[in-house]
Design a protein around this ligand. Structure first.
Ligand SMILES: *Cc1c(COP(=O)(O)O)cnc(C)c1O
Length: 441
């Protein structure tokens, strides 16, 4: 959009209205997961503080989905900001092959004992998709390094989501998100999440393919982008125990579930059977900086330690172990492990449980579920697909009430930051009741 040209007589004195931020956005930007045609104007956010996002007009919104599931302690946290500032003056970035630095080492040292399993090494990358790519490559090369060339297949769950890069897409459910690429994605064995009815059948399916399967990747107990689907720990333990008997490498993708979301520090703590590899991102830095971690146990690591140079793990990213991101992660860990934060997580979990109980007799919703700080339900509608319009209707209704929600298709969910205050949570629950009312109660 070019500003209109002034008429010949007054060129020198014409003052053009400057383009607004939104106009410039529409001119220069391509937004994620968004059909650009007839796209609604984005909201220009000028400030974040605690759970609140403030727009240009001064409206505030409770960030009830933690800005795509990343934020733990609220926006603009002064403790994290201060640490970042000091680290930026000290060392902002350095190549991580042949060099190391305090934040990366300290983060690995502090993280490893907290993880659910016997993890020995941390491999850094810079987001959730790369953390799962790294895990898949580690698992596949583990077998290759040992000359077991038949172990090349990956086992995953239906409705899984592990990221948007090609490997991560391949092990994610085939959906509207991946449709244009189906011919290019590698073959994966998809199975249902386990329950009382199907657990025996799942074991039989696994046995039939076991000799070819390199690894099993799963989101423990909560499948996020696939629709906040939850499944029970006992059957998952039975499935994992069976899979481990076949020496299949278990990869827990805790990119979303990590760092307290499910009520425990990691969802893997609900499970007796531990993973060989774990993927972390999102809440890792408290939602302030992009960072990915793929941690593995010594079984995996030792398969790469060799005189044979071909057995090296040839993978890395420009911003691997970025010192600022590692510093943010350390600061976030400090805050997360404080008694008051752990109490907040427990309080949010209790509140969700109590609120879910009030929803049982509503007829326009189904599958009310919660685990820790996450609560979800579906709105009954003719169209359960991702592309129905419930999402935009609900988001508009929410924003008008000063809350930000972004449903996945007809699945409405909340995943608030841990610093959410009592009156903010009430505002969120009131909104959910209001949404349910609009759809018929
Ligand atoms: C978000 C997510 C990813 C991808 O992380 P990005 O940082 O968005 O690439 C992978 N796995 C799970 C379980 C996720 O929720």
């Amino acid at each position: 959009m070019n500003p209109p040209l002034g008429d010949g007589g007054m060129t020198a004195s014409v003052i053009f209205a400057p383009m607004t931020l939104i106009e410039k956005d529409r001119k220069y930007i391509w937004h994620p997961f968004t059909q650009q045609k007839n796209m609604e104007n984005p909201v220009a956010v000028v400030k974040g503080e605690g759970t609140l996002l403030f727009d240009e007009a001064g409206n505030s919104y409770v960030d009830a989905i933690s800005s795509w599931w990343v934020n733990l302690h609220g926006h603009g946290h002064p403790y994290i900001a201060e640490k970042l500032y000091r680290q930026a003056l000290q060392l902002e970035q350095v190549i991580f092959a042949g060099f190391t630095h305090q934040p990366a080492v300290e983060l690995a040292e502090r993280l490893l004992p907290l993880l659910p399993g016997n993890f020995a090494k941390v491999f850094y990358s810079d987001n959730g998709s790369t953390s799962t790519e790294v895990a898949l490559k580690m698992a596949l090369q583990y077998w290759w390094n040992q000359g077991q060339k038949q172990r090349t297949k990956i086992l995953a769950f239906k409705d899984a989501y592990h990221g948007d890069t090609f490997g991560a897409m391949s092990v994610s459910d085939r959906s509207v998100f991946t449709m244009a690429f189906h011919g290019l994605l590698f073959e994966v064995f998809f199975i249902d999440t386990p329950d009382a009815e199907n657990i025996q059948a799942l074991k039989v399916i696994v046995d039939g393919e076991a000799g070819h399967i390199a690894a099993f990747i799963y989101e423990p107990l909560v499948q996020g982008a696939g629709g906040i689907k939850m499944y029970a720990a006992p059957y998952m333990d039975a499935l994992l125990a069976h899979i481990k008997q076949q020496e299949i490498i278990c990869i827990a993708d805790e990119v979303m579930t990590g760092f307290g979301r499910t009520g425990k520090l990691f969802a893997g703590e609900y499970l007796a059977e531990k993973a060989d590899i774990i993927c972390l991102s999102k809440g890792l830095t408290g939602g302030t900086m992009a960072l990915g971690v793929t941690a593995c146990n010594s079984r995996i690591y030792e398969a790469f330690v060799n005189d044979d140079k071909y057995k090296t793990f040839f993978h890395g990213h420009s911003f691997t172990a970025n010192p600022l991101a590692c510093t943010a992660a350390l600061a976030s860990l400090d805050l997360l492990l404080r008694q008051e934060c752990l109490q907040q997580i427990a309080w949010l979990s209790q509140q969700n449980s109590a609120f879910a109980a009030t929803l049982t007799d509503k007829y326009c919703i189904k599958n009310v579920r919660y685990l820790g700080t996450i609560l979800a339900f579906e709105i009954n509608s003719g169209n359960d697909g991702y592309l129905n319009n419930i999402g935009s209707v609900v988001t508009q209704l929410s924003m008008a009430q000063g809350v930000y929600l972004r449903p996945l298709g007809n699945t409405v969910y909340i995943m608030p930051p841990y610093c959410t205050k009592k009156e903010e949570l009430e505002k969120i629950y009131n909104l959910l009741n209001d949404i349910i009312g609009r759809y018929g109660g």
